[in-house]
Design a protein. Structure first.
Length: 288
């Protein structure tokens, strides 16, 4: 009976694809902004063709058969690409479940006069498609995790830019939370730029840090120490009144570190350390 089921589905492949596409295209969650209808048809046709080619009597009752490896590989690729494109888990699930409905509809049409055989066929196909859906979700989740990790790294890089504000002076504005992982990124970026530019002063601006606790303070102290080991002096700016009170309350000793209330004050102090003066130049307008 398994062979007959596979053959019935293979004979109706074109009709199954049409029913599958009709369901997908009529779904309110269709994402034409992420994938065109032609691309969806091509993707669906390739997947259905691969599935029906490997389907036979033995593996229909064994969803974990190695015969389905080409199907698993293709499905993994589809799920991974959808995760990267921005599809939701539900939209990816609909892709598989709508095929399941199309396959069952085809069986109901062909063997409607034999309820026992129809029930057996529907149960087998359902188990197979449910297993494929699990594979799709597992791959999709891995793909989303990769996207999230990549975006996290990109955000960390963007939120810790090292800026050359003057010859010999670097500034690193820190925005958000400063944890151990972030501190490592900050240190690496700052130390590498010190080497590249030969700067002797680095300003850490924490105006964008929401709160400073003992852990954040320790991270700042470590960054200052690492900077000094590279032969550069470090200034911490952006010390707001609430941050100053927190530091005092926690008993954190920042006495050996130059701190300023604003980036402008820190830059002025850096100019003094380098014996630089910035003067306003008065322009004289010539008469006609």
């Amino acid at each position: 009976m398994g062979t007959e089921i596979a053959k019935l589905l293979q004979k109706k492949q074109k009709k199954i694809l049409e029913n599958w596409m009709t369901t997908q295209l009529s779904n309110i969650s269709l994402r034409e902004d992420l994938m065109s209808n032609d691309e969806l048809r091509e993707q669906s046709g390739e997947f259905l063709d691969t599935l029906l080619k490997v389907l036979n009597e033995k593996n229909l009752s064994n969803v974990e058969s190695t015969d389905f490896e080409p199907v698993h590989e293709l499905l993994a690729g589809v799920s991974l690409s959808r995760a990267r494109q921005g599809f939701t888990p539900a939209e990816t699930g609909i892709y598989i479940f709508s095929l399941k409905d199309a396959l069952i509809t085809s069986l109901q049409t062909d063997i409607k006069d034999d309820p026992a055989t129809l029930l057996d066929a529907v149960v087998r196909i359902s188990k197979l498609m449910d297993y494929l859906c699990i594979i799709a979700f597992e791959t999709f989740i891995k793909g989303r995790e990769e996207v999230i990790l990549r975006q996290t790294d990109e955000i960390a890089e963007i939120s810790t830019p090292v800026i050359r504000v003057w010859d010999g002076i670097l500034a690193l504005p820190i925005i958000g939370t400063l944890d151990s992982a972030r501190t490592q990124v900050v240190m690496e970026s700052l130390l590498q730029e010190i080497v590249n530019s030969g700067s002797t002063i680095a300003i850490l601006d924490i105006s964008g840090v929401a709160a400073v606790d003992s852990l954040v303070a320790q991270h700042l102290i470590k960054t200052v120490a690492a900077t000094r080991l590279m032969g550069a002096e470090c200034i911490i700016s952006g010390i707001r009144p609430e941050i100053a009170q927190t530091v005092v309350h926690l008993g954190i000793d920042l006495s050996n570190i130059v701190t300023k209330a604003s980036l402008a004050s820190a830059l002025k102090h850096a100019f003094g350390m380098l014996k630089l003066q910035v003067k306003r130049v008065e322009t004289i307008k010539s008469g006609l």
